[in-house]
Write a protein that binds this ligand. Structure first.
Ligand code: HEC
Ligand code: HEC
Length: 801
């Protein structure tokens, strides 16, 4: 049934892209051994064995010693070894050894599932910042990216499917924050990201909102990515496995049925007004079932060629072709070739011959959902002449899809399609013209840009941090735990809106995000969280001891009372139709909070069930703002803080002060502890355990001498960081990774420097930054010859952390 599944065997391919021009192959004997003997073996011979590591017996990289080489790579790349006071290799020497090791590990591990650690987004900083932003080494090959199949982002896939069954509203310039066609799908109040069938047509149901939520059907994203922190969609890291393909095929059939017939319901469930429906159909036993929903009579879903095909009797080639072509273009973003139309037409005709029209059309069209190009964006440059470096510029549909995907989740707009059709999308200038056009057009939805900020900041995790109920109450939350999670999902949507607002202004974007006093605020829900935690007092003395069991600590908080501000619209979960979309755009007291890192959405995203997670926050600052990294936690370390109820987190974290731990933890802990001025729900506090809260921290070894030094609290630290040029460059590095879909290499230095100039010279303009990246060689050029690498099985390339 699914001939197109052949892409399963042809998935992402590893490509070492870290080459400085052509050069002699480096071997262990000629290269790595002299390095280790010069810099390391004094302390790491079989006799000395510092840290239980002996390096003098090594004879190259193989499966058995791969773990050791991985540590050597991290220690050398992150400048942890040799220790202070010893002779140090230069940055270039470190870089050369690092790339040699990771290249060797890739080869050595080929038959063991491969080596991908260095390809992951959180290892991007293993390449030294100074090398990328310093003087560019001579003789670099010009930048390009490997020819590749880039699997769609789960949100992108879901948004396209949503477009088939739900007619989303057009852009409303008067209320720019509202849900609009092409926007990403927000989680519902329970945190599920789902597309629903027939939501816009529901006029009533039996039971309360919980019953409604159970009755309405939909589907979540099928494609997965690591549900963790950081960038989540690298070209190299994901494929589509067999289970996902099956799931997509099942969804495809349901989607097609809905496209053809609308909601799956009995005739009595449709009415102009819910009062017209006979009482006998409204009995409580139906609660939560599909039969408990009532729909308006008028059709709201998009009426597509699939509908037309099913609405009339019989089948004609014309109708079939229209349905095939429409589906193909909606799902892949481009019109099918003649051969593709023929292939899918033949499939659907065969299915109709076997099963009759009703079932045949549904099963016959479903394979289009599994077309390679409906799940991957091909950047294969199969046509065109390589330049002297073996690079070919993307062209035609591949180019159109690539620049469209820089901003959008749905198919290219008319203007871009026209540009391809009339041969006006060939040069870098053409790309620039189209990207500028799309960037300045507010009605052109840019969920991809918002997604970058979600992944860069990780403020969208707050609702997913499972809280201990007692710890939550003690920190000042509402008595109903659900309310907390709902508020967190809403606050994420509020932060989304603030990000979009700042993007629209396009001035000093990063600085503004880090320091703005503005906030999108719902006084009903958010006030406690943006407020102040005053005290937690022991239960009142109960002379009769009657209520001894019930008595609990009394928590006093001072909810935020912010100026009224102006109304602003936000996108909220679509499942409950009555959900209000108006919020207040107002300002926060600057002596308590400044910028996104002080908003509960970000703060709570970096907590655990019981308390703040200062290590995680510090790690965030280290990686995302300082452009540095910390080697992975050694497996021998029991990474647990002592459980000491009633002690401050800072006190419990004293264990990481041990010398062995501190060499890593000094890079994280002192950057996370300044956020102790907020409790683990994000409430501001001046006291902790009845003592003045200790919010001191320190920036250590940032690489920018102006930054290093003690800080009083989070606000002091944020102000310093927001002013730093290095921090802006690191932001640009992350934008590079997100848009180019891989970690930067030394060859990308010119692209990064140019992107940074574009950002800085245009007053901190994100639009200029994106335009620079999307018109760069790294974005536009692919190298085909490198596609020789091993091919990884579809499931095998899924990464685990
Ligand atoms: C002056 C002595 C000295 C030199 C030179 C030195 N090391 Fe070390 N190394 C140590 C000590 C001491 C430890 C154990 C304590 C620690 O991890 O800080 C260690 C630990 C290590 C570890 C284990 C790290 C861990 O977290 O488990 C590795 C790997 C390592 N060194 C690699 C190297 C490499 C590669 C070089 C050369 C580039 C090098 N060392 C140079 C002293 C040295
Ligand atoms: C080689 C570097 C390194 C060393 C040495 C190290 N850690 Fe860590 N540790 C890390 C990193 C990186 C993380 C962050 C992990 C994350 O974000 O998931 C971490 C996280 C932790 C955490 C938080 C775990 C959690 O997610 O709740 C604790 C607790 C911890 N380390 C304790 C220690 C202690 C105690 C020592 C010394 C015995 C130590 N670590 C040594 C790198 C190190």
């Amino acid at each position: 049934m699914f001939p197109t599944l052949c892409w399963l065997a042809f998935v992402t391919v590893f490509v070492p892209v870290s080459n400085i021009g052509a050069e002699q192959p480096r071997t262990f004997e000629s290269f790595a051994k002299p390095f280790l003997h010069h810099y390391c073996v004094d302390c790491h011979s079989s006799d000395t064995q510092e840290g239980n590591v002996a390096l003098d017996g090594l004879v190259g990289v193989d499966v058995d010693n791969s773990a050791l080489w991985k540590t050597i790579w991290e220690q050398v790349a992150l400048k942890a070894m040799p220790p202070e006071g010893e002779e140090k290799p230069t940055l270039v020497e470190r870089w050369e050894l690092s790339t040699w090791i990771t290249d060797q590990l890739q080869t050595a591990m080929q038959d063991r599932g491969g080596f991908h650690a260095h390809l992951k987004p959180d290892k991007g900083n293993h390449l030294d910042h100074g090398l990328l932003f310093g003087r560019i080494p001579e003789g670099l090959d010009p930048p390009s990216s490997p020819a590749r199949l880039w699997r769609l982002h789960p949100q992108e896939h879901l948004t396209r499917l949503n477009g088939l069954i739900n007619a989303e509203p057009a852009y409303d310039p008067k209320r720019p924050g509202l849900r609009t066609r092409g926007d990403h799908i927000n989680p519902n109040e329970d945190g599920e990201v789902k597309v629903y069938y027939g939501l816009d047509r529901v006029i009533g149901w039996i039971g309360g909102t919980a019953a409604y939520a159970a009755a309405i059907t939909g589907f979540p994203p099928v494609l997965t990515s690591e549900n963790y922190h950081g960038l989540r969609s690298y070209a190299d890291l994901y494929s589509v496995n067999g289970a996902e393909a099956t799931q997509i095929a099942n969804n495809a059939e349901n989607i097609l049925r809905f496209m053809a017939y609308g909601p799956d319901a009995e005739p009595y469930q449709f009415a102009d007004d819910v009062r017209e429906i006979d009482q006998k159909y409204k009995h409580g036993d139906l609660r939560g079932l599909a039969q408990s929903l009532f729909y308006g009579k008028s059709t709201k879903r998009p009426l597509t060629p699939v509908y037309d095909l099913m609405a009339e009797d019989g089948v004609t080639d014309e109708r079939l072709v229209a349905a095939v072509d429409f589906l193909f273009e909606s799902l892949t973003g481009r019109p099918p070739t003649k051969a593709e139309t023929r292939q899918y037409l033949a499939l659907v005709k065969d299915a109709i011959a076997d099963l009759g029209k009703q079932e045949g059309v549904i099963l016959g069209l479903a394979p289009i959902f599994l077309d390679r190009d409906a799940l991957f964006r091909p950047e294969l440059v199969e046509h065109g002449e390589p330049d002297e470096f073996g690079r070919i510029m993307l062209s035609g549909q591949e180019l159109a899809l690539a620049i469209n995907a820089a901003l959008s989740y749905i198919e290219p707009d008319e203007a871009l399609k026209q540009a391809v059709a009339t041969g006006r999308l060939k040069t870098r200038e053409d790309v620039r013209r189209e990207v500028d056009r799309m960037l300045t057009d507010d009605s052109f939805r840019k969920p991809r840009v918002l997604q970058f900020f979600r992944e860069f900041f990780d403020y969208d995790r707050a609702g997913y941090v499972c809280k201990d109920t007692k710890a939550m109450l003690a920190a000042g939350a509402d008595v109903k735990p659900q309310t907390h999670y709902r508020t967190m999902f809403n606050m994420t949507a509020h932060t989304d809106r603030l990000v979009e607002l700042i993007l629209n202004e396009d001035k000093d974007v990063l600085h503004e995000l880090l320091t703005t006093d503005r906030v999108v605020f719902d006084p009903n829900q958010d006030a406690p969280y943006f407020g102040e935690f005053v005290s937690s007092d022991p239960p009142p003395k109960d002379p009769d001891k009657k209520n001894a069991k019930k008595a609990s600590r009394r928590v006093t908080i001072d909810p935020a009372e912010l100026p009224k501000g102006e109304p602003i619209h936000v996108r909220v979960a679509q499942v409950i139709k009555s959900a209000k979309t108006v919020r207040a755009l107002t300002s926060l007291p600057v002596e308590q909070r400044r910028g996104i890192l002080t908003h509960p959405s970000w703060l709570v995203s970096h907590t655990d069930a019981m308390d703040n997670h200062a290590i995680m926050r510090g790690r965030w600052v280290r990686e995302r703002l300082l452009g540095d990294a910390v080697p992975d936690v050694p497996i021998t370390v029991d990474a647990m803080l002592p459980a000491e109820p009633g002690q401050t987190l800072r006190h419990r974290m004293r264990v990481t002060r041990e010398e062995y731990c501190w060499k890593c933890h000094q890079k994280m802990d002192p950057l996370g502890l300044p956020f102790e001025m907020y409790n683990h729900l994000g409430l501001y506090r001046t006291k902790e355990q009845d003592q003045p809260v200790d919010t001191r921290g320190e920036i250590i070894g940032s690489g920018d001498p102006d930054l290093d030094g003690p800080v009083d609290d989070a606000l002091d630290m944020i102000d310093k960081l927001a002013r730093s040029e290095r921090v802006k460059q690191v932001f640009v590095r992350h934008a590079f990774r997100f848009w180019i879909g891989r970690n930067e290499t030394i060859n990308d230095a010119p692209v990064l420097q140019e992107a940074y100039r574009a950002y800085a010279d245009n007053g901190g303009s994100m639009k200029s930054l994106i335009a620079s990246l999307v018109t760069s060689d790294a974005y536009l050029f692919r190298k085909v010859e490198t596609l020789r690498g091993q091919d990884r099985s579809a499931t095998g390339s899924r990464t685990n952390r």
